[in-house]
Write a protein that binds this ligand. Structure first.
Ligand SMILES: Cc1cc2nc3c(=O)[nH]c(=O)nc-3n(C[C@H](O)[C@H](O)[C@H](O)COP(=O)(O)OP(=O)(O)OC[C@H]3O[C@@H](n4cnc5c(N)ncnc54)[C@H](O)[C@@H]3O)c2cc1C
Length: 503
């Protein structure tokens, strides 16, 4: 949003509750990142049953993208339409894929996405190719791809947001990333990952003196005029002081959960149940993905360093033997011994009596599975009377996810692996789905009807003239691809509306 609007010359203030993520060798330590959770927000939230948990949130310049895997895929064209799932209906978006397509193309260029069109059997149509070629598979992953192609699948190169210099094929300070095993889930010490700080915030600040960033600036509430039609001010706690800022236009982009919480905290006389919450929709219809991180064991040692290069979408909308969508299989970062040392080992690992962690990590081939989670009004984030944050979820569409896992299981032996999968819950945090907030979306959905949505089609609050929201909270449904490319594309789309309005 800031990157696109900076060129208007308007004065823009970015308020970020966190600071720059410190760059140090610890960025690459699996123990620091996953076992100690050193970069995770030190927050305690509560489930609907009162159980405590620690959400997988990261408060830094660049937000959660500092640790994301940078798999940047477009939603499928049919994801914008109503889609029947085993557990119900995934609602249609109020705009079509065609409206998003040009912004997807711009988002791919902005975030340096490396991919290959025409391989992914469910990819939507596009107006052009990727600007950068796909990151190639290392030999073991190429063999897996070939073996699965022989089984009749269409494995494809995962589109990745990464900074590489492929003009001369020579290593650059950042191209070392493809020889680095600390990318997916880790902050990148070399700033080679295409995250929001590196690709948009820093370059915008360097080029535009009409943009100011304040860090450690926690936005506590938004204030409105007495009629509740306009946001008149932003109340901030910064380094122990209370501050107040105002602007003609206010854009909230705190992440889907935190944005809903900010609106709820901002209740006032004109908006007694929270800002823009006349329809009681704020915080509801929370969606994420049904996700699993699973470790398989290759019969041969897996020497792969950068493993997140392959994906399979053949089961995305179903299969011959199952008529409902199942989701996406993609690779994830390779297991590190410290990660599995922190897990409960299943009994079958007894067949590896010596140094089981090191042996398992050397043979591991690791997968990330995600299936669609359907929106339900009662799946919601809220603030209780004592000020505690409550995330209440009843899981759904689990059958689709289990089916996807079974599909992967059936592909292990043909792919040269042992026929077992081992859960790696540390990547996403223990007790998924509560702490698994990585793919948070849907708490302030957009639509044409103010009775069932919070935002209009330009992501402006129905009830307030100058308030916009541009994180994943506008999603009416989440599909089964990673959400961030859609968030970026939408931010560019909304920025164009705001720029037009400013003129
Ligand atoms: C481990 C992990 C792996 C992931 N991998 C992928 C992937 O491969 N592909 C993909 O598409 N997505 C991935 N994601 C998800 C991705 O990180 C998010 O979709 C993306 O970061 C959302 O961007 P956002 O700007 O909307 O929100 P966020 O990244 O959450 O940014 C919100 C910002 O607002 C700040 N903030 C919050 N509240 C306040 C407040 N009150 N005052 C001031 N500032 C505030 C936060 O500190 C943060 O900087 C992953 C996430 C995680 C955690």
């Amino acid at each position: 949003m800031t990157h696109r609007l900076a060129g208007t010359g308007k004065r823009i203030l970015l308020l970020e509750r966190g600071d720059y993520l410190p760059r140090s060798q610890a960025n690459w330590s699996a123990k620091t990142v996953f076992v100690d959770g050193a970069y995770q927000a030190p927050e305690t939230w509560y489930g609907g049953d009162g159980r405590e948990f620690h959400p997988g949130l990261h408060y830094y310049v660049g937000g959660n993208s500092k640790v994301y895997g940078a798999a940047l895929l477009r939603l499928r064209e049919r994801d914008f339409e109503e889609l029947r799932h085993v557990d119900g209906v995934s609602p249609a978006w109020p705009v079509s894929y065609a409206e998003f397509e040009p912004y997807y193309a711009q988002a791919e260029a902005l975030f340096s996405v490396h991919g290959s069109r025409g391989e992914d059997p469910t990819e939507p149509w596009s107006s052009g190719g990727y600007e950068h070629p796909a990151v190639t598979h290392e030999p073991r992953i190429q063999r897996l791809s070939d073996d699965w192609a022989e089984q009749g699948l269409n494995p494809f190169h995962l589109p990745l947001g990464i900074k590489l210099d492929e003009r001369n094929g020579k290593p650059t300070p950042t191209s070392v990333c493809i020889r680095c095993d600390a990318f997916d889930g880790f902050p990148c010490l070399l700033n080679g990952k295409a995250d929001a700080q590196v690709m948009t915030v820093d370059p915008t600040l360097a080029r535009h003196n009409n943009v100011t960033l304040l860090v450690n600036a926690y936005v506590s509430t938004l204030e409105t005029d007495p009629a509740g039609k306009t946001v008149t001010g932003v109340r901030v706690t910064r380094e122990g002081r209370e501050e107040f800022y105002s602007a003609d236009i206010v854009v909230v982009a705190c992440g889907a959960l935190s944005s809903a919480l900010l609106l709820l905290r901002s209740a006032n006389g004109a908006h007694p149940n929270g800002l823009a919450n006349g329809s009681d929709q704020v915080g509801r219809n929370y969606i994420r993905h049904n996700m699993s991180v699973l470790m398989g064991l290759s019969k041969e040692v897996n020497e792969t360093v950068f493993q997140k290069t392959l994906a399979v979408s053949d089961f995305y909308f179903g299969s011959k033997d199952y008529g409902y969508p199942m989701g996406l299989i993609q690779m994830c970062a390779k297991t590190h011994p410290d990660q599995i040392r922190g897990e409960e080992l299943p009994k079958w690992t007894g067949f590896l009596p010596d140094a089981p962690f090191e042996v398992m990590a050397r043979h591991s081939i690791d997968f990330w599975l995600q299936s669609e989670d359907l929106p339900r009004p009662d799946n919601r984030v809220s603030i209780d009377r004592d000020g505690k944050i409550v995330l209440d979820i009843a899981e759904n569409n689990r059958e689709a996810h289990e089916r996807l896992r079974a599909k992967l299981e059936a592909l292990l032996v043909p792919g040269g692996l042992y026929g077992y999968l081992f859960e790696r819950s540390l990547y996403l945090g223990k007790n998924i789905p509560l702490s698994g907030t990585a793919h948070q979306a849907g708490t302030l959905r957009f639509g044409t009807d103010p009775r069932s949505s919070v935002l209009d089609l330009t992501c402006r609050a129905h009830e307030l003239d100058n308030l916009y929201v541009t994180d994943a909270s506008f999603f009416p449904s989440i599909g089964a691809v990673n959400p961030t490319l859609t968030i970026i594309a939408n931010a560019l789309r909304v920025a164009d509306h705001i720029a037009e309005r400013l003129q």
